[in-house]
Write a protein that binds this ligand. Sequence first.
Ligand code: FMN
Length: 649
Amino acid sequence: MNKILGSPCKVGKIEIKNRTVLEPMGNGLSELDGGVSPEEIAYYVERAKGGVGLVITETASVDSVTGRANPRNLCVDRDELIPGYKKLADAVHEAGSTIFVEIYHPGRQGMSMFNGNRKMFAPSEIECQAVHQPVVAMTIDDIKTLQQKFVEGAVRMQKAGIDGVEVHCAHGYLLNQFLSPYTNKRDDEYGGSPENRARFILDIIKGIREACGPDYPIAVRFSANEYLDYNGLDPKEGITLELSTQYAKMFEAAGADLLDVSAGIYETMNVAWEPTGFEQGWKAELAREIKKVVSVPVICTALIRDPAYAEQLLEAGDCDFVGSARAYLADPAWAAKAIAGEDDEIRQCISCLNCMKGLMATGVVKCAVNPQGCMEVTRSDIKKDGNGRVVAVIGAGPAGLEAAKTLAIRGFAVTLFEKNAEVGGALLQAAKPPHKDKICAYIKYMKGQMDKLGVKVVLNCSPTPDDIAKLDPYAVFVAAGASPVVPRSIPGIMGENIYSVEDVLMEKVDLSGKTVAVIGGGMTGLETAEYLAAHGSTVSIFEMLPEVARGEHFQNIIDIQHRIGMLPQNVNHKLTAIEDGKCFFEKEDGTKVEFACDAVVTSMGMRPNTEFAEQFSSFPNFKVLGTNVQYSSIAPATESGFMAAYELA
Ligand SMILES: Cc1cc2nc3c(=O)[nH]c(=O)nc-3n(C[C@H](O)[C@H](O)[C@H](O)COP(=O)(O)O)c2cc1C
């Protein structure tokens, strides 16, 4: 039981029932006109039912004409949208939580094509180095008009019964751009000094206070450090913690009731929503320092995952609320379980950023560990109709585990076979490189679910069709994973001192002190190279494509390159032979390259174990699950496991 986490706390005049906050998180679920959709309501209700004290919605634009960052941006700029927000507020209240809406304008981080191909508003004409959209410096009239739109948006939310608004001044969006010396080079009353740079925001806060009255809660989310050094810039060019403590005091004096402390801008996106390289609590000092200079409550967001850590932050007085976005995507009931101290019941986020990858690439958010996330309308009603019918699931990787779990919830009698001595499949290997141990918590959770749900787990067993026939199964699901591709046509590839990724990561070989060529610069190759370097090998990476990690979400590439950028990474190098301790490559222009090494590790892709699976194809309701699990592609595996189990007729 985490007592402080479960205790109430006031924000202005209203009381939040506990110290947990669902931080804003784009879910791609709003209507195309900026209205609240049934899917959106279902998403938030699920988390409210899961015990969270305060729900803060994702960004809602105060101007749908100039201020959209994506086609499914919530908007608050029209009265006709109020009924949708009312439904949302009513539904979240009924489920037991308080709800704020985060109002914003993306400024130079918005997308011109979603705004009538207009230039995007910004304090100064400085293009964002991440989205590269055309920008225009706002006139004083533009600022005053938009200020009014923020106020009107807040008034609409109050009319809708939304409990409060959060003014979004973080993550490099328009109001953050005004606060930051990096993006605000104005020489009028909106630039030049902290007071001037804050003027726009302070006038918005005062305007909302005046229009919505003294009791309407106003939260301010801001980046307490832009960490420009993460992008190789001088941190002092942007917002530092020192500067943001000044801003925090100004926000409070202007009437803010709650400060939501975050970090980063698009150019330093990895510090805002972190990939796997960051550890729990790494930026907790930001909230801790802000808390020291204000008397209004403070929310800390710092990759908070473990309930005991959340409790510790509260106990130390570092913050008044603990916030997370992805913890609740991965497990909608994080709050209730965390308060109750049911740590083993929590399905933790693994920081793979599959959610953000989807949001940015297709607008569809999918969680790698929660296949029901953002699909609450279509995937919540798991039928309890298994009636003890027997299902054999072969392979206890992410696909097999998810299938077994869902089948067991449905009431099927599940036997899960695993050829290894423990469950996890390729996840066991995926968890080995530096900073990837977050996956271990997920494996542990799934293992616990097998026990809890009564799945019969048979380890060290690769069953034959005869073994399975003895069960007389109603269905057979095969999640047999994949095996490394070894192109036998390359002379010498079957020789000595040539190893697979599995050999290295599962410690079947020790290459410390050796010079190693890693062949294949996909994310698995890069991670294996990092592992080898961390274990004392001298590593060079060779990739036949013109770039490493092709197809990976850019944040994950930036993350790992921050750590292994110094390792030689030879692109456009096609392996042609391995002989006498040398690798031979051909470059695009036909040039030949030799590389002398003690050992070679191949990471040249994976091939599904289709032949193994096909042996079982004559069984009723036979299904092949999963794909190869590589970095950040756990999602398709869990998705296939869930869907097969969910849809089994
Ligand atoms: C997919 C995704 C969408 C996000 N959308 C928003 C948003 O709309 N507004 C916002 O203030 N923060 C947004 N964030 C940032 C989160 O609120 C949070 O600060 C961040 O994810 C770090 O916390 P976490 O590790 O607990 O998720 C988003 C993060 C992710 C991963």
